[in-house]
Design a protein around this ligand. Structure first.
Ligand code: M6P
Ligand code: ZN
Length: 194
């Protein structure tokens, strides 16, 4: 139930990996996004042992109405599947013409962006960096640190919604993988294949 009036402000403690001021909480495990990784054999090997949590999203609860915003914080943990770093599933907004702002609070990585027409961009994303995701651009965040959780704040229109289908079908054009101990941006060999 959304209360009228001004919600109480809150302070985010970066050391608190389970902030309790947000009403919504989504945990994503490997099994839920396994098909998005390049190396399916490596993914299967991991899943035989455990189903690791890749990220947690904590978000405010607001009505999906024009003018409302959703905001929150995401904790994307360090790790790799084969040589590919842990990443978010990635999505377009269901209302394509809506934007989003991300602010990195901790860690290092990249944001990968695609349009439905096949334009592509990769932006570095590390502590202190603000990224504006314009309308029409699908977005995914990748954590390239070996040991640090990537933490970022986000805010977007409450009625934007998530559309995962196109990304699930064709992937992003670019992948972020480890090569010789460093992050490398490579073409996705499976882009558009399915
Ligand atoms: C950010 C926001 C959320 C999104 C989350 C995880 O925190 O953009 O809306 O849900 O990232 O990304 P995905 O939904 O692609 O798994
Ligand atoms: Zn979004």
């Amino acid at each position: 139930m959304i209360k009228l009036g001004i919600p109480p402000g809150s302070t985010l403690d970066l050391d608190d990996l389970a902030p309790d001021q947000f009403e919504e909480h989504v945990t994503r495990r490997l099994s839920e996004i396994v098909s998005h990784f390049r190396d399916q054999e490596a993914a299967d090997l991991v899943l035989k042992q455990e189903d690791p949590v890749l990220y947690d999203v904590y978000a405010s609860e607001r009505p999906a109405l024009d003018g409302e915003l959703l905001y929150g914080v995401t904790y994307l943990y360090p790790g790799k599947i084969g040589s590919e770093y842990f990443m978010t599933k990635g999505h377009f907004h269901a209302i394509l013409e809506t934007a989003e702002v991300y602010y990195c609070l901790q860690g290092e990585g990249f944001m990968v962006l695609d349009t439905p027409e096949g334009d592509s961009s990769v932006e570095s994303f590390s502590r202190g960096k603000i990224l504006y995701v314009p309308p029409r651009w699908a977005h995914r965040v990748v954590n390239t640190s070996n040991d640090q959780t990537l933490v970022f704040f986000f805010v977007y229109p409450a009625n934007a919604g998530h559309d995962y289908e196109l990304i699930a079908a064709r992937g992003f054009r670019k992948l972020i993988v480890e090569e010789d101990g460093h992050p490398a941006i490579i073409d996705n060999p499976h882009w558009l294949c399915e």
